[in-house]
Design a protein around this ligand. Structure first.
Ligand SMILES: Cc1cc2nc3c(=O)[nH]c(=O)nc-3n(C[C@H](O)[C@H](O)[C@H](O)COP(=O)(O)OP(=O)(O)OC[C@H]3O[C@@H](n4cnc5c(N)ncnc54)[C@H](O)[C@@H]3O)c2cc1C
Length: 302
């Protein structure tokens, strides 16, 4: 059997697209490795319009209920490994195989890890990869922010207004983000910047208590006490499955309605080259892509 559409991904982008696909009467299915995506891993969520305060578990439940209300066929626990072009459609290959006219890739991204001792053990115990989300948990505490790009700099600006002290740890001699951000950060009285410094270990038993680091110029090691560690060294899109054009970061390049270089493959959310990675943005892009898909299906005969 051939579907009109297979949505790959059960996060914010896939869920929003699923609700719209159902209301447009498409013959479709939502396939995902694990439902909820990054939302399911989030702590407090206070920036999804219309919901003053919730958490990742509750929002994931609401996402699922909304799909079920629209009788969306959800298939969980299936990882799609590759998408192949076939005559008049696509073949999605994973633990199962699906034939479809169109695929929407909404597979998100995963944060790049430091891969140092303590990181796995203390994940969610003082380590965060999303300062926008978890920053307020560290009010009036000392925190370290690891990274040297715009995301790290913006995290630094945000935490300067929340934390007691912010220690920026940059592997390089300079930041590689925007000058205006660097200049603004340097003006903050509670921000200390360490250049050419490598984080070696995150310390703590039940919670983060500090980090051990090494100055790459002097080779001197040092331990600092912090309650929070924000890691912003980039993210890696889950885009390997899609045979489409990507940017240098591996993100799928899309236009305003989620079209990719392959007319039968659309993409939405964190897997794409849109610069901002947030729940409401992923939802909006899922909807936008779905409407693009409906237009494509209406205009093309198979
Ligand atoms: C800890 C944390 C907290 C956050 N807090 C907030 C917040 O408070 N507010 C906010 O706006 N944003 C927050 N964000 C960012 C936000 O969660 C993401 O921008 C958004 O959820 C991305 O949605 P998505 O649908 O694009 O991808 P994801 O949520 O990553 O979903 C991807 C989906 O694809 C599936 N998948 C991946 N690969 C495959 C495959 N090969 N085959 C099948 N399925 C696959 C996954 O299982 C998942 O279902 C947070 C992020 C993190 C990590």
């Amino acid at each position: 059997m051939q579907y009109d559409l297979i949505i790959i991904g059960g996060g914010a982008a896939g869920t929003a697209a699923g609700v719209y696909a159902s209301r447009h009467g498409l013959k479709f299915k939502l396939v995902c490795e694990s439902f909820g995506g990054e939302v399911a891993q989030s702590g407090e969520v206070g920036n999804y319009p219309g919901i003053k305060k919730t958490n990742g578990i509750e929002l994931t439940k609401l996402f699922r209920e909304h799909l079920e209300f629209n009788q969306v066929d959800i298939e969980e626990g299936v990882k799609i490994k590759k998408i192949e072009n076939i005559k008049d459609g696509l073949k999605l290959v994973g633990a199962k195989v699906f034939n479809t006219k169109i695929a929407l890739v909404a597979t998100g991204a995963h944060p790049r890890k430091l891969n140092i001792p303590g990181e796995t053990e203390l994940d969610h115990k003082g380590i965060t990869y999303c300062t926008t989300c978890d920053g307020p948990l560290f009010r009036q505490k000392d925190v370290a922010i690891i990274g040297g790009g715009n995301t790290a700099l913006e995290a630094g600006m945000m935490m300067a207004g929340i934390a007691k002290k912010v220690i920026m740890i940059n592997l390089n001699q300079e930041f590689n983000g925007e000058t205006v951000l660097v200049d603004n950060l340097k003006k903050k009285a509670n921000v200390e910047i360490l250049y050419q410094t490598q984080t070696k270990e995150i310390l703590g038993e039940e919670q983060v208590s500090g980090i051990s680091m090494k100055n790459l110029v002097t080779s001197q090691s040092r331990i600092i006490e912090v309650k929070g560690v924000m890691v912003h060294i980039g993210s890696l899109p889950n885009s390997d499955l899609a045979p489409v054009k990507k940017n240098k970061f591996g993100e799928i390049i899309i236009d305003a309605v989620g079209r990719t270089s392959n007319p039968r493959i659309f993409a939405a959310g964190d897997v794409t080259n849109h610069p901002y990675k947030q729940i409401a943005i992923a939802s909006g892009h899922g909807i936008s892509a779905l409407l693009g898909i409906v237009e494509f299906l209406n205009r093309h005969k198979y």
